[in-house]
Design a protein around this ligand. Sequence first.
Ligand SMILES: Nc1ncnc2c1ncn2[C@@H]1O[C@H](COP(=O)(O)OP(=O)(O)O)[C@@H](O)[C@H]1O
Ligand SMILES: [Mg+2]
Length: 411
Amino acid sequence: MSVKPMIVAGVMSGTSADGVDVALVRIGEGNSSARRGTRGVASDRIRLLGHAAFPYPRKIRDAVLGAMNASSANVADLARLNALLGELYADAVLEAQRAFRVKADLVGCHGQTLYHQGEALPFLGSRLATTWQTGEAAVIAARVGMPVVSDFRPADMAAGGKGAPLVPFLDYLWFHDPHVGRIVQNVGGIANLTAIPAGARAESIFAFDTGPGNMVIDALMQELFGQRFDRDGKIAASGVAIESVVTKILKGRFFRAKPPKTAGREEFGREFVREFLRACRGARKQDVVATATALTARSIADAVRRFVIGKPHGIGVRSVMLQRRTDPNYREVILSGGGARNATLVGMITEQLAPLGIVTRFSDEFGLPSEAKEAVAFAVLAYETWHHRPSNVPSATGARRAAVLGKISYV
Ligand SMILES: Nc1ncnc2c1ncn2[C@@H]1O[C@H](COP(=O)(O)OP(=O)(O)O)[C@@H](O)[C@H]1O
Ligand SMILES: [Mg+2]
């Protein structure tokens, strides 16, 4: 099948609530079979034309963080935030188009997650899982004059999945290799990995959240230093991590749980940070930040050891799992997300993984800039949806079946 190429604007705003990323991506199919997945567009048909980041203005960031952390929020304000973010996303797309002199045909907008509960829990006599992304797609469509695909997660959840992670679809397309097993590690607010064994088919990759990425570091930087984040990891580099605190936290429920698993502010938000500060009481401020940085690095390395290359635990693990968990071919970890710019964190991750024979590389080296990767992913997912094709990876989300993701708002 040959489909006309499209330019898609992928719009991502993650749990860090740092702002909006827009990637303008040319996606099209010819008859190429190079690096084509078992489904989806071939990776050599995806070209990044430009990426722009738009930090949230202070007031809006505070409102977003407030809404995400609130145990009870004002419904009117949440409805207003939905409309406001729609306007903001539209502005970001228009601005990116101007900057790169590109006119897109379609928008894929993830939205801002206000709440994500991948696990079914009791509620009013039912048991259900749910997710909520805000940022009104109808507003975006009207302002930019293009159809918008949004709200990608619910279709996967309705099919029994956790609604996350969705980026493995792109990870597979871009990074699978016949000879090298790769661990694609994104460090956003939350850190998540996609394990792609050498020569794997799309159905045999797996992915899960490893724990906090920058979320705890950012919160502590705000609390202790009045800064949004630890630029280049300088503060962490000037401190010493408290190993006993890291070890104790890693015994917690989330870290021990087997994949698939997802995390968000519900796990590593305000409450967690309060506990973390209590555990570190008496320590110097820079040691607290170093400890949070070590927690991110250690939780990633632990996850790799336990769930990716480690010995399968206990009996009863299905043979497929057994095979992929003992796959000896993982040789590279490919870092992306804002955390890839934190030199101290990257140093710690590298130090932890080197003894396992795993070399650190960056998404940028593969032509996919660290900060742009997730936005590119939502452009590709939107493209698949536009062509009525499924794009969840059931082995990553735990869904019972493949699902076409998202909703379409027309102009
Ligand atoms: N130069 C840098 N040094 C250290 N950390 C950085 C740097 N740039 C970005 N970050 C971190 O990355 C975070 C944003 O990462 P991002 O991948 O956008 O996450 P999300 O997807 O959750 O929005 C920031 O909040 C910050 O913690
Ligand atoms: Mg971000």
